[in-house]
Write a protein that binds this ligand. Structure first.
Ligand code: GDG
Length: 481
């Protein structure tokens, strides 16, 4: 088979669309979240196949919807169906009550329920079956994220010979934290069934290697630089770090559009008093929203002269609402907004504008374009694309980025951003003040640096460096649709 028939096959827990009830029928709405933002432009121009769960339990016939969504998206979509119990055990259970909190260093949120593990393996085997039904021998199979750590080992059981790549979008935890996982050796051995394993940052790869050296008996690691080689069980596995990014040009061009300019103008027209500080996050306890509110409250306590001159706009996108801890977080966030606004609001000025919904792209870019300060303070984050999107969309080049040092984006953005420890209420409060009084010359200088670095290392740079290491190919080697 020639290179021209080579296809990209992407597998992730979710398809890039979510199925929602629409009366007696169903509708597909675009998914949100970093994985979709990053990967959709990659497949859009090249075609290929995206395999994932459509987002509702049970097997409903959505073939017509998927066919029309595939046509408009520019690539095929193949569903993996989950029953109610699968969702409980594999998705809510092992993926989001164990791996998600543990890999973000928040082990107190973990529920190590023994029944979760077998369900996780069973669903990874189901993904493996759908992948093997849809992949040809020349195709490049690229599996994504923590839900599917064991898919390659299941594919190998099915006799798959093709090399299989994996990218972890979330952090990999330090040894002391990973060691608490009851299935730590099983997870490491499953990950070693991939042929290439990619992490977001050097820190994540370092943590992974330390865990391999501790828990895998016959491991040896060779090489230096971005990609190393691990040998175990008579196989070689390449292990690298590839900081993910965005389609910079798409964001910056869209930010220049009339629609976004109008949205930006209306946003500031409605908040005419002073500067806007912007937070944009999925509803998630890793994003540090309560700490951020405490820091903003401290800022307001310490700077009564700046009341009415600064407003925090916090966008929270609904996410994982079927998991109780997420519902509790929503209640806590809303309680804090009420408390802080109740204390500081004065006639004509409300200090926190809270938005709980997903914004349209132009509206989101309107906020990015017009906000003077972006306040992005996750407690830990694989990368954080919002930080990169803010810079790409800040076409006046006058915005200031305050960024958590625990975001994967921090090493790339530290020269232009104000880095903070998100747990330090004093430090974040001071960073807001420093950003507020920073002169235009310094803001420009910092924003230009940030934009230069995101533009250079954009999503196409990321995918090409991954493909280059995996199969010695670039995205252009895949035939356009
Ligand atoms: C995971 C990792 C890693 C947000 N609000 C709206 C909206 N968004 C989009 C943003 C951005 C995405 O959601 C969020 O991406 P992040 O990277 O910030 O965070 P996660 O969703 O947690 O992503 C993360 C990422 O995977 C990629 O590897 O960076 O660390 O946790 O793209 O634009 N989109 C729309 N309306 C909104 O209101 N349309």
């Amino acid at each position: 088979m020639s290179n021209n028939s080579r296809k990209l096959i992407i597998a992730s827990n979710r398809l890039p669309f979510v199925l929602e009830r629409d009366g007696d029928s169903w509708k597909l709405i675009p998914g949100s979240g970093g994985l979709v933002t990053a990967m959709a432009p990659v497949l859009r121009d090249r075609g290929g196949t995206w395999i994932g769960w459509p987002g509702i339990a049970g097997k409903v016939d959505i073939s017509d919807h998927l066919a029309s969504a595939s046509t408009s998206a520019g690539f095929d979509m193949k569903p993996v169906y989950l029953e109610e119990e699968d969702v409980k055990q594999y998705y809510i259970g092992l993926s989001n009550e164990v791996l998600w909190p543990l890999f973000h260093d928040l082990q107190s949120y973990c529920n190590f329920n023994p029944s979760y593990w077998q369900a996780y393996i069973d669903i990874n085997a189901r993904f493996a079956r759908v992948i093997s039904e849809n992949a040809g021998p020349e195709d490049f199979i690229w599996v994504h994220d923590y839900h599917l750590l064991a898919t390659a080992s299941e594919l190998k059981k099915l006799g798959m010979q093709t090399s299989i790549a994996f990218f972890l979008h979330i952090p990999f935890p330090p040894l002391d934290i990973f060691a608490k996982l009851p299935w730590r050796t099983e997870i490491l051995h499953s990950m070693l069934a991939y042929d290439i394993v990619g992490f977001q940052t050097l820190r994540d790869r370092r943590n992974f290697l330390q865990c391999l050296r501790t828990f895998v008996d016959d491991i040896s690691i060779e090489g230096k630089g971005q990609v190393l080689t691990a040998r175990s069980g008579g196989r070689s596995i390449r292990i690298g770090y590839f900081p993910i990014s965005i389609d910079y040009d798409e964001f910056s061009h869209m930010a220049e559009s009339r629609e976004v300019a109008d949205a930006a103008w209306y946003i500031h027209e409605d908040i005419p008093k002073g500067k806007i500080v912007l937070g944009v996050d999925r509803l998630d306890y890793t994003k540090g929203i309560p700490y951020r509110f405490r820091a903003f409250e401290k800022f307001l306590e310490e700077h009564p002269d700046l009341h009415r001159k600064i407003t925090l706009v916090q966008v929270v996108v609904p996410s994982r609402r079927n998991i109780p801890v997420y519902e509790d977080l929503k209640i806590e966030i809303e309680r804090m907004v009420g408390e802080i606004n109740g204390r500081f609001t004065r006639s004509g000025w409300v200090p926190i504008h809270y938005i709980f919904r997903s914004l349209s792209r132009p509206e989101l870019l309107g906020y990015y374009r017009t906000a003077e300060i972006a306040l992005i303070t996750p407690l830990k984050d694989g990368m954080n694309l919002v930080a990169k999107e803010y810079c790409a969309s800040n076409i006046e080049q006058s915005g200031v980025l305050i960024l958590s040092e625990f975001a994967g984006a921090a090493p790339q953005m530290k020269k232009g951003a104000i880095l903070v420890n998100p747990y330090s209420i004093e430090e974040v409060s001071k960073a807001i003040f420093d950003a507020w009084r920073m002169d235009l010359r310094e803001r420009r200088m910092r924003m230009k640096k940030l934009q230069g670095s995101v533009a250079k290392n954009d999503i196409y740079w990321w995918v090409n460096s991954f493909l280059n290491v995996s199969i010695d190919r670039k995205l252009d080697d895949f035939p356009p649709v």
